[in-house]
Write a protein that binds this ligand. Structure first.
Ligand SMILES: NC(=O)c1ccc[n+]([C@@H]2O[C@H](COP(=O)([O-])OP(=O)(O)OC[C@H]3O[C@@H](n4cnc5c(N)ncnc54)[C@H](O)[C@@H]3O)[C@@H](O)[C@H]2O)c1
Length: 339
């Protein structure tokens, strides 16, 4: 039975890396069909004249799974981030960002394998009620964390850890100072952890976590945390494995899931065909896991790993002399060889 997903190529390098990714998915013979829809500046400047057209939202709602290229949110003009809007519209409460080492890439550490599970819908990151008071001399915004929000993200982290055979979940907080907002999150993390005696639970204050990640990242397995801390920590983790070029991300809710590269639309290299497609490809592998095609997801990850390791037709950012298309070709050869 075929399954249709919404495909949003996006802006800048988006269409180039999406093309390589779809070719790899086809080589895996996943039985996927694609409904192509637009978002971002390409949609604003196209016939849709809207950063996030209704047809795109409708396609995500119907298919429940989307693969998304990076989107440019125009600076100024009162445009809100399309990514934030999508998270809100579909209540995509879990932002899952794996940071995994690839051999031969420029990175501070080898053999890193950390997954950050970030709450995606509440907390300081939303800057709710932000306003300037006192003639522009005082800035305020509110932090709202809820039992529902904390409970479902911690539970998601434990369920994911169990499903992936991970050993340890670390709740990261600042409850020593932010006694209400972060304190609620920590209390609930402790409560939920008791339901998962098979998985080790730890808790760590966020500033110490930053230092520990840089000094000894091997002590971490799964990190679960609130929105703003997760935003920062997941980029720190990406830095440990050589930057955003190999960092996938997933935004998951009860009714929809959107898989994407963590990096942006890279306008400086758009159209040059030198963009590394791996972050989006790794997001596609996570999408296959999510859709129950775990063996195919693993084959895709292995093909990416072997291609990078061999520096076979890879893009310059991972030490090769190839381009986006040749990188895709090299991965496809390995996918087919693994059939
Ligand atoms: N998920 C998203 O849709 C998303 C995420 C971040 C930024 N953005 C948007 O992207 C635009 C550009 O943002 P930015 O320049 O700050 O960040 P960026 O991630 O687009 O680029 C940062 C640097 O990394 C390089 N780079 C990024 N992806 C690469 C790849 N796949 N292969 C090789 N090199 C790569 C770029 O060339 C650039 O030098 C902005 O409009 C921003 O709003 C979108």
């Amino acid at each position: 039975m075929s399954k249709t997903i919404a495909v949003i190529p996006g802006d800048g390098i988006g269409p180039e890396i999406m093309d390589a990714t779809i070719r790899c998915l086809d080589a895996l013979d996943c039985g996927l069909d694609y409904e192509y829809v637009q978002a971002g500046v390409v949609a604003l400047e196209g016939p849709e004249k809207d950063l996030l057209p209704a047809a795109t939202v409708d396609a995500i709602a119907r298919h429940k799974v989307a693969l998304k290229g990076p989107l440019t949110t125009p600076i100024g003009g009162g445009f809100t981030s399309i990514n934030v809007t999508l998270r809100r519209k579909f209540d995509l409460y879990a932002n899952v960002r794996p940071a995994i080492s690839f051999p031969g890439t420029k990175a501070r550490y080898e053999n890193i394998d950390i997954i950050t599970v970030r709450e995606n819908t509440e907390g300081a990151y939303l800057a709710e009620g932000q306003e300037m008071l006192d003639n522009g001399n005082t800035a305020v915004s509110m932090i709202r964390n809820t039992r529902k929000g904390s409970e479902r993200i911690v539970r998601y982290a434990f369920e994911m850890a169990r499903a992936k055979g991970r050993k340890k979940v670390m709740a990261v907080h600042k409850a020593n100072i932010m006694k209400t907002s972060s304190g609620l999150f920590l209390d609930i993390a402790r409560e939920v952890a008791k339901e998962y005696p098979d998985i080790q639970f730890g808790e760590m204050i966020v500033d110490n976590t930053c230092m520990q990640l840089v000094m000894n990242p091997y002590q971490f397995d799964v990190i679960v945390t609130t929105n703003l801390f997760g935003d920062i920590l997941s980029d720190l983790c990406a830095g440990l494995v050589g930057g955003l070029g190999l960092a996938p991300g997933a935004n998951i809710g009860a009714d929809a899931a959107i898989f994407e590269a963590v990096h942006g639309s890279a306008p400086d290299i758009a159209g040059k065909k030198i963009a590394n497609p791996c972050a989006l490809l790794l997001a596609a592998a996570d999408m296959l896991d999510h859709m129950g095609m775990v063996a195919k997801g693993t084959r895709l990850r292995n093909a990416i790993r072997e291609t990078i390791d061999a520096k076979d037709r890879t893009t310059p950012d991972v030490g090769g002399t190839g381009n986006t298309d040749t990188f895709g070709d090299a991965i496809i050869e390995r996918i087919k060889a693994s059939a």
